[in-house]
Design a protein around this ligand. Structure first.
Ligand code: FPP
Length: 247
């Protein structure tokens, strides 16, 4: 599983099939204009629409977006509530278009702390789009890599205590299978916008072999053309997964 191979839909092209994006810079975009931070997030949601629409044409089969981290609860109540409303509105407004365009939507992260209404919207769109396969869109909400690995460790400990699995039988594949991302390929490319060069607890297990690209562009200004340019550059890189280069 996991590693990119040439896309059968685009013979000869071996670009990244799974792109994961840390959408950073909404707050600065708004502050630079003297606007409330939530205006930046709203504009950021418009960028999500544009990037999702452009992704299949760029050969992307899996797109994972970091929308809200386990650390983001520390923001003001107004901003947290505003973001949660934005996620709910995105699901409500985009559901028809996503379904019609063959997008399969999934969410990763710990949902237990989210508003039950948002949880229901998330489960609803996941079920509605489950048979789609043009683009696999995964949105990380209340996601933290350490939290995900901790929950996975807990699940395996419970299974071991119940006698369902022997500790010595636990392999990397077993662990991968109890992460939120079970069944998804690992990301080939992780992009962070806004010039920050941190990983911020995003997919630490899954991105172990990923390439990282850092764009200076703030997320509300990030266009499909920026993504296309990064992908073109990525296509020139050689990926060896620890082996010696061929030829
Ligand atoms: C980071 O910018 C962005 C977020 C914490 C929220 C991301 C949310 C969206 C792009 C909006 C909608 C998303 C979906 C999936 C509909 P920041 O606020 O940390 O920016 P700053 O570093 O400039 O303050």
């Amino acid at each position: 599983m996991a590693h990119s191979s040439p896309d059968p839909a685009h013979p000869g092209r071996a670009g990244p099939q799974h792109v994961a994006i840390i959408m950073d810079g909404n707050g600065r975009w708004a502050t630079n204009r003297g606007l409330p931070r939530l205006v930046g997030h709203r504009r950021g949601a418009e960028r999500v629409r544009a990037i999702v629409a452009a992704a299949p044409g760029l050969g992307i089969r899996w797109l994972t977006l970091y929308a809200f981290s386990t650390e983001n609860w520390k923001r003001s109540t107004e901003e947290v509530i505003g973001l949660m409303r934005l996620f709910a509105r995105y699901i409500e407004r985009e559901a028809d278009r996503l379904s019609a365009n063959g997008v399969r939507v999934r969410f990763i992260g710990d949902r237990a702390r989210l508003d039950p209404r948002l949880q229901a919207l998330m489960a609803g769109i996941e079920a509605r789009t489950a048979a789609n396969a043009v683009l696999n869109l995964t949105i990380a909400v209340n996601y933290g890599g350490r939290d995900e690995v901790t929950r996975a460790a807990r699940a395996l400990a419970v299974a071991a205590l119940r006698g369902e699995i022997a500790p010595e039988a636990i392999t990397e594949a077993t662990v991968a299978g109890v992460l939120d991302t079970a069944g998804l390929p690992d990301p080939d490319l992780v992009i962070r916008t806004s010039g920050e060069t941190r990983v911020s607890n995003f997919l630490p297990w899954q991105a172990a072999y990923a390439e990282y690209e850092f764009s200076p562009v703030l997320w509300p200004d990030f266009l499909p053309a920026h993504l296309a340019e990064i992908m073109a550059r990525f296509g020139l890189r050689e990926r060896r997964f620890g082996a010696v280069a061929a030829g």
